[in-house]
Design a protein around this ligand. Structure first.
Ligand code: ADP
Length: 421
């Protein structure tokens, strides 16, 4: 899938999901307001019945019950024209709430008709769970209340508990959303990997093409009898063949090694290795190539305990890869330094260059297989994007760690840590 197509698919799917989330929120709030309306209607029925029964308890069957006022979302006020006592109102309320299947805690407050002052109030636990009377009911009961209000502090919680199916739907939807996000991430990753693989194939073909061309040219020349008779020319062309076939072998070996490492097929041959000595030898070897570019490789080997248990071959390949990069990515005469020091029961090896450096974003991906920094100049430098992934695999296989510090246009430092033997 092309990048544009992928972006379109992701954008459309995200738009569809945003729409679905909107619809979900709309229906959720609608369902909540329907539940709230049903609750208010039931509360109205309860309070009118209580008012009616209070009137009857005072042998008043003629007074009209005034409309119940909702003073806030969870409070209701009932005005009566007759006196009643708190205990009767409380027990009638409990009974009616139970009858309407509204098992909620409530606050009952009764008011004096003339002064409109609060006379008595009490908090009562859910009527179905609690049959005991409130504490204030044991006090002296007045007979002059004529209004009362009921508040349900847990109304919203009760409404939420009635909406179980909606929560299940919302939860299912959330899972769908998470799965979608995960799939998009996987798709983008897959896309990036396939782009990197394509680039790798291009690089690889390019890198293999030049030794193969040189080999075929050299062997064609050797077919010429005149050339074969000239020992100088013969030596020249046979050494070209040797050099190019070694180069070819090294390229193939690198790819095979990384594939084998990935499958966990590489068995390390652990020996006691003196890191100072190894680093010194590598610095001298790489130094020859670096000097040809008017650069230098400096060493500062301070580790007093330089021994580690390691596979010497893989360890040297690893350092060669790091130094190779330090040289490759230094467009000016390379200034490379190699240092070792002991740290936290181990040894820390730093490879520093003053090359092109890397942005913070590039640094996140450099250890990934096939990754090559996608910007301008870097592509002029040959490579497969496998060096650092090999380095990391070897470090991991030796239970060590690696980190990079780099600033664009200033240079990079790679620090490798291994436990001492
Ligand atoms: P390759 O060098 O073959 O591209 P590597 O895996 O060795 O592959 O490196 C991955 C990428 O990390 C390189 O393409 C380059 O962009 C970046 N990189 C590695 N080492 C350095 C360095 N010393 N300085 C600047 N960039 C580096």
């Amino acid at each position: 899938m092309k990048r544009k197509q992928l972006q379109l698919v992701v954008a459309l799917a995200t738009l569809a999901l945003v729409g679905l989330v909107g619809i979900q929120v709309f229906w959720f709030s609608k369902a909540f307001s329907i539940e709230a309306r049903q609750f208010n209607e039931k509360a109205n029925v309860v309070l009118r019945t209580v008012a009616h029964q209070l009137l009857l308890s005072q042998h008043d069957s003629t007074s009209a019950i005034q409309p119940i006022t909702q003073t806030s979302s969870n409070s209701f006020f009932v005005r009566l024209t007759t006196s009643f006592d708190y205990a009767t109102a409380d027990s009638l309320l409990k009974g009616q709430l139970a009858a309407q299947n509204l098992p909620l805690a409530y606050q009952l407050a009764v008011y004096d008709t003339l002064t409109t002052q609060l006379s008595l109030g009490n908090y009562s636990l859910p009527p179905l769970a609690n049959n005991t009377s409130g504490a204030c009911l044991t006090r002296k009961q007045f007979q002059y209340y004529s209004s009362f209000s009921v508040t349900f502090p847990s109304k919203n919680r009760h409404l939420a508990s009635q909406m179980g199916i909606w929560f299940v739907t919302a939860f299912t939807f959330l899972i769908v959303l998470l799965v979608f996000a995960y799939m998009v991430i996987l798709m983008l990753r897959q896309k990036r990997l396939s782009e990197m693989k394509t680039e790798f194939m291009n690089n690889m073909t390019h890198e293999l093409k030049s030794p193969i061309t040189n080999l075929s040219v050299a062997s064609e020349v050797l077919n010429n009898a005149l050339v074969r008779e000239d020992p100088v020319k013969l030596l020249k062309y046979t050494s070209i063949i040797q050099l190019e076939s070694r180069r070819l072998q090294a390229q193939v070996e690198r790819v095979l090694q990384i594939a084998a490492l990935e499958k966990g097929e590489v068995a390390l041959q652990l020996d006691r290795v003196d890191v100072n000595q190894l680093v010194q030898t590598i610095a001298e070897t790489v130094g020859i190539a670096v000097q040809k570019r008017n650069g230098q490789v400096l060493t500062n080997l301070q580790a007093k305990t330089p021994n580690i248990m390691a596979d010497k071959l893989h360890l040297s390949n690893m350092f060669y890869s790091l130094l190779d990069n330090a040289e490759k990515y230094s467009p000016q005469p390379p200034q490379i330094s190699l240092s070792t020091r002991n740290h936290d029961k181990g040894i820390l090896i730093s490879i520093t260059d003053e090359g092109i450096g890397m942005s913070a974003q590039t640094q996140q991906f450099i250890f990934e297989k096939f990754y090559r920094a996608p910007t301008g100049d870097v592509h002029e430098v040959k490579g497969f994007g496998l060096g650092l992934s090999y380095v990391q695999a070897i470090v991991k296989a030796h239970h060590g760690s690696i980190c990079v510090k780099s600033t664009p246009n200033e240079g990079s430092v790679f620090e490798v840590y291994f436990q001492c033997a």
